[in-house]
Write a protein that binds this ligand. Structure first.
Ligand SMILES: Cc1cc2nc3c(=O)[nH]c(=O)nc-3n(C[C@H](O)[C@H](O)[C@H](O)COP(=O)(O)OP(=O)(O)OC[C@H]3O[C@@H](n4cnc5c(N)ncnc54)[C@H](O)[C@@H]3O)c2cc1C
Length: 334
């Protein structure tokens, strides 16, 4: 491999400042925050457009250099560290929110759009809509998450995040661009049909099938009212039945379970938090009653949490940053 020439070619494609092979730049790309050991990287390139991605892919193909796309690089399992060296394609500069279609409820975005970015954008411009995002740090990308079939606070209601993809634009290894879903036959990105659904080929393929340069993901109505209903139980055998009954109710948004020995008063109990949603306070109150009954029926107890704590939790729901259950429990001690 003629390293100098390849670097020059890459810089010609994306601009001098967006392609590098200097060791201090490569260092951070040779690892992720998980337990994988570092592995060497030869180049890092940050494209801005689909055309640039096409040129990089063609070059990598001609030179037989491995190419690994990266979003936020936060999957914790070494997915974005090349196995046999090569180019890391850092997608962060492709960060445009192209369209929010309120009517068909989808967001058409570039692959560098982060979960925090889409959430903030919807909160500001479309406050009645919410994205399905993971509990990962907000710099994680929507693309990186849906492409690994990620999951998050809306998954129990709407399915894993692979299921929310309406369509993709992908650069194949040949450099050709394909469009998958309704966008292939119209200007709209509202569904995977009506053509044969090939989106699945690109999910959980970890960049090996192509580089995603645009994607459409479903977005969802944001309920006006939310409440968090705490509960606790002793008998672990009751958990499956309780969960089954809870999750068959339409108004349940999210369920979190936890068990720990510290602080002392938590010892021996399983704690859970159930997020319920509704259109009015009366609606929430009625649902709360139903939920309490379900708890009782399954050997669990409703636990009244201090209002201050619920308020704190709901702010975090708005920010969509979920703090571990034990933190709430410890915080509630004070
Ligand atoms: C504290 C913490 C909490 C987390 N909680 C959750 C959680 O609740 N749910 C969850 O699902 N995950 C969770 N994760 C894991 C992970 O952070 C998320 O799944 C995250 O959304 C992955 O996105 P990313 O941008 O970091 O993806 P990356 O790691 O950058 O990429 C993921 C995969 O997609 C490929 N890829 C990226 N971009 C493209 C592209 N444009 N074209 C083709 N392939 C591409 C990459 O090569 C890689 O194989 C958590 C991680 C942390 C650190």
């Amino acid at each position: 491999m003629n390293t100098d020439q390849i670097l020059k070619d890459l810089q010609n494609i994306v601009g001098k400042e967006f392609a590098t092979n200097s060791p201090e730049d490569l260092y951070i790309y040779s690892q992720d925050p998980g337990a994988s050991l570092p592995r060497p990287v030869d180049f890092v390139v940050m494209p801005k457009t689909t055309e640039e991605v096409q040129k990089i892919v063609k070059l990598a193909n001609e030179e037989k250099i491995p190419l690994v796309p990266m979003g936020g690089g936060l999957t914790l399992s070494g997915l974005i560290i090349p196995v046999r060296g090569g180019i890391v394609l850092d997608m962060k500069r492709m960060d445009q929110i192209i369209e929010i279609n309120e009517l068909s409820r989808y967001a058409l975005i570039e692959p560098g759009v982060s979960t925090g970015q889409l959430l903030a954008y919807l909160n500001e411009h479309h406050p009645d809509l919410q994205p399905a995002i993971p509990d990962a740090p907000p710099s994680a990308t929507i693309a990186g998450n849906v492409l690994i079939h990620g999951s998050g606070y809306l998954s129990q209601k709407y399915g894993d995040h692979g299921a929310i993809v309406n369509g993709l634009e992908v650069v194949l290894a040949s450099g050709e661009v394909v469009k998958l879903g309704s966008c292939a036959v119209s200007d709209y990105w509202f569904a995977r049909g009506p053509i044969p659904d090939l989106v699945g080929l690109f999910l959980s393929s970890f960049g090996t099938m192509g580089i995603v340069t645009k994607l459409s993901v479903q977005i969802f109505p944001k309920p006006k009212f939310r409440e968090i209903v705490f509960g606790l139980m002793k008998d672990e055998e009751n958990i499956p039945n309780l969960l089954l009954e809870i999750t068959t109710k339409e108004f349940i948004e999210d369920v979190i379970l936890g068990k720990q020995d510290k602080p002392e008063w938590m010892k021996g109990y399983i704690f859970f938090m159930v997020y319920i949603t509704g259109d009015s306070q009366e609606d929430i109150d009625a649902k709360l009653k139903i939920l309490k009954k379900t708890y009782r029926k399954n050997g669990a107890r409703y636990m009244k949490a201090p209002q201050k704590m619920i308020g704190f939790l709901l702010i975090h729901v708005y920010l969509r940053f979920r703090i571990p259950l034990e933190f709430y429990m410890i915080a509630s001690e004070f």
